[in-house]
Design a binder for this molecule. Structure first.
Ligand code: SAM
Length: 304
């Protein structure tokens, strides 16, 4: 279970975060905030920056999460990691343009960390594309399946998310010719893994998924639109529908949900609405602030 009080750290000082508005945070006088504080870099231990009754946010490198939370006991990991596609995630010290082999080594590092912070029977739902095209065609989904199983995760299933995004169709290879045509699948994958045993006994608890949801969502093709990055204020968010379905399908109310690449905090928002505890780790302080704001909106909506 998550414990410990959070304070606003100097690393959030550059944002327009209003300390007074944050639930259960220790307000820090503006003079104490250091606008020149170093931004976290890859390799920096995550620091707590926000906590409310259900959600906690840490700012830093999720690859070092184990050092600060120990055996956290996360019941469900839901995340969409960077794909090394050169996305601009801000000046947070994370460069999204590693050579592919180095990128896969990095995936191996945090997949191992996640296994160590997961509870026995914990599940991990990883949202990734089927293929990427940067620097040549890469079967990134297949590489994730291999790496996660190499690190000790067991494979359970894959869900095809049909986000109906056909705007990506710009490269045809050889138009109307079998010379070298490109085929692109307008879908993303959600690879589902577990730690140890997939069966999690109810032990007196009940899930909160409805009959209709269960019937629909256990068919492994999900069709709903993606999120609008401009509206969310993040370059690569997923829609709340994605974690909402995974949380109801794979966790009990009261479980702990972890997103090690929290971005705008979509997983934490969905968790909060569904009565699950959550921990989000994000390296960019501006996105940590965005996550906190989004969590506050949920609290405000619930109160009104
Ligand atoms: C694809 S985005 C996640 C978006 C999120 N699912 C949402 O709905 O907003 C990946 C995020 O990982 C963050 N990130 C990159 N490297 C990180 C690291 N080592 N530790 C924690 N976060 C990291 C990026 O800043 C980015 O916000």
């Amino acid at each position: 279970m998550i414990s410990g009080a959070a304070t606003i750290r100097p690393l959030l000082a550059h944002s327009s975060l209003d300390p007074a508005g944050l639930h259960r945070l220790t307000a820090v006088a503006p003079a104490q905030l250091d606008p020149n504080a170093d931004r976290p870099q890859t390799g920096d231990v995550p620091e707590p920056v926000y906590e409310d009754a259900l959600a906690r946010v840490m700012c830093g490198d999720s690859g070092r999460l184990l050092e600060v939370v120990g055996t956290l006991g996360a019941n469900l990991v839901i995340t969409s990691p960077p794909y090394s596609l050169g996305v601009d995630y801000g000046q947070a010290g994370y460069a999204d343009d590693q050579p592919y082999a180095r990128y896969l080594d990095w995936v191996r590092t945090w997949a191992t960390t996640l296994l160590n912070v997961a509870a026995p029977g914990g599940r991990a739902c990883i949202n990734i594309p089927l293929d990427t095209n940067k620097g040549g065609k890469r079967a990134i989904y297949a590489d994730y399946l291999r790496i996660f199983q190499d690190t000790g995760w067991e494979y359970q299933t894959s869900i095809v998310w049909n986000e109906q995004n056909i705007s990506r169709r710009t490269a045809w290879g050889s138009w109307l010719s079998p010379s070298a045509p490109f085929v692109t699948a307008p879908v993303e994958m959600i690879a589902v893994f577990y730690k140890g045993s997939f069966r999690r006994p109810a032990s007196g608890r009940r899930g909160d998924i409805t009959r209709d949801e269960f019937l629909a969502w256990t068919l492994g093709t999900w069709t709903f639109p993606g999120a609008n990055p401009r509206r969310v204020g993040h370059p690569a968010p997923f829609p709340e529908e994605l974690p909402r379905r995974l949380i109801k399908l794979y966790s009990y109310p009261g479980d702990l949900i972890l997103d090690p690449f929290a971005g705008s905090g979509t997983t934490l928002v969905a968790s909060k609405r569904l009565g699950r505890a959550s921990l989000g780790v994000e390296i960019n302080p501006a996105f940590c602030a965005l996550t906190i704001r989004n969590l506050q909106m949920v609290a405000l909506a619930a109160a009104s």
